[in-house]
Design a protein around this ligand. Structure first.
Ligand SMILES: [Zn+2]
Ligand SMILES: [Zn+2]
Length: 167
């Protein structure tokens, strides 16, 4: 008989995915949790600042940019209305709680978030969905900084916690 007891990685990543469902940006739902030892010290998701209209009320705030890909430059759109989940986590947790702690996040952090996390006291970042665009520079930063940076690949998020693409 297989055990229903989840390992810690699965347990905290599941919570990050549950947290991500709070996001009101239709384009991207990102959730993150701060863990010290086995203790949950904070949760955050991407969203507009408190008290201002969010994406569901005011629509996404889209910027277009051109990024390099294997097939040349491609145009990408992204929503800049929201504060990224990782940055909200830093805004709502204390430095003393972050020292030596682990961040679980549904998506690999972008360059800006990674840069901030690198200076936040945390010692490990665990993510599930890859974000290829910034992977190389983020990975190099984490190596230089001595922060363990790993992906849980063999993992299935809880049902109904992911935005369905193609709509
Ligand atoms: Zn949005
Ligand atoms: Zn980010």
């Amino acid at each position: 008989m297989t055990s229903l007891r989840k390992d810690w990685d699965t347990y905290f990543m599941d919570i990050a995915f549950m947290v991500s469902t709070r996001s009101r940006c239709p384009r991207r739902h990102v959730g993150t949790v701060l863990v010290q030892g086995k203790k949950l010290l904070g949760t955050a998701y991407n969203g507009a600042p408190m008290g201002v209209h969010d994406c569901s009320e005011a629509g996404c705030m889209i910027v277009e940019e051109f990024v390099a890909s294997d097939t040349g430059m491609i145009k990408k759109e992204r929503c800049i209305r929201t504060i990224h989940a990782e940055q909200n986590l830093l805004l709502f947790t204390d430095r003393v709680d972050r020292e030596g702690s682990v961040v679980y996040v549904t998506d690999q952090p972008c360059w800006t978030c990674a840069n901030m996390l690198a200076n936040s006291g945390i010692v490990e970042i665990v993510y599930h969905r890859p974000y290829q665009k910034d992977f190389d520079k983020v990975n190099e930063l984490m190596q230089q900084r001595g922060i363990l940076f790993r992906r849980i690949g063999n993992y299935v998020p809880p049902s109904d916690t992911e935005v369905q693409d193609g709509s």
